[in-house]
Write a protein that binds this ligand. Structure first.
Ligand code: Z5A
Length: 211
């Protein structure tokens, strides 16, 4: 059964931790699961990731940034996500198209319809079965990452991160059947429990219950 789950959220929301935890739990049930991430997840995508996160010496326009995220995504969908779904595996992706709507759309102010068109072209219309939004107040999320070296996005103003958070919440409200919003100011275990509860529901709805 191919199943596509994405994790989304702002800085320090804990989505990478939760994506790994869910992968491990599914593996323990001997289910075939692949964990990947954006930007990156392929050799080409990882080069693009470095440009996007670490470039300080020259300017990257918002439109160029959008194209680079979607170039990395097109390669990842083609090389990793689609083939594994076609083999019936569960694919978990740490960030996907909704990151572009939240960061380049709500954050940078690019047109949302244009972004959707480009996202759609890069993914050949592949939409996740479930998207988990890990939501936390911007200041609390940034505080969790304050001891790490900051990248181009983490150095953005508080107002940028606030627009990203509000954008995510709007996207989730528009499509409640696809999204699960979890408040991650609670503990890692409580957050993982809420995610697991929804994942088991998805499996049951597909006639393949897990415990
Ligand atoms: N970006 C974009 O603009 N457009 C796009 O289309 C895409 C991405 C795809 C990618 O960077 C950047 O690209 C990203 C958006 C932009 N912006 N930034 N920055 P990345 O992949 O390197 O970074 P990230 O995606 O933001 O994720 P991350 O570094 O892996 O962080 P995280 O997922 O938010 O959190 P974490 O590492 O799982 O947890 C952070 C810390 O909090 C860690 O110490 C945890 O132990 C702690 N934590 C987690 N959960 C809890 C709870 N519940 N309680 C207490 N502490 C916790």
């Amino acid at each position: 059964m191919g199943l596509f789950i994405t994790f989304e959220g702002g800085e320090g929301s804990g989505k990478s931790f939760q994506a790994r935890k869910l992968t491990k739990r599914l593996q323990e049930l001997a289910l075939p699961v692949v964990l990947t991430y954006e930007p990156g997840g392929t050799p080409l995508g990882n080069k693009i990731r470095l440009w996007l996160k670490r470039v300080d010496k020259f300017e990257v326009s918002p439109l160029t940034e959008l194209m680079l995220f979607d170039a990395s995504r097109a390669q990842l969908v083609n090389q990793v996500i689609k083939p594994n779904l076609e083999m019936g595996k569960i694919v978990i992706c740490d960030r996907y198209t909704d990151s572009t709507l939240a960061y380049q759309g709500y954050g940078r102010g690019l047109n949302l319809e244009m972004i959707s068109t480009i996202n759609n072209a890069a993914t050949l219309g592949l939409i996740p079965d479930l998207t988990v939004l890990l939501d936390i107040a911007v200041e609390a999320g940034l505080a969790r990452k304050k001891n790490r070296k900051q990248d181009r996005f983490e150095r953005e103003a508080l107002a940028f991160h606030q627009r990203v958070r509000e954008g995510y919440l709007k996207l989730a409200a528009e499509e409640p059947q696809r999204w699960l919003v979890v408040d991650t100011s609670q503990s890692k275990e409580e957050t993982a429990g809420a995610i697991w509860h929804r994942v088991t529901q998805v499996f049951s709805q597909r006639g393949a219950p897990i415990t």
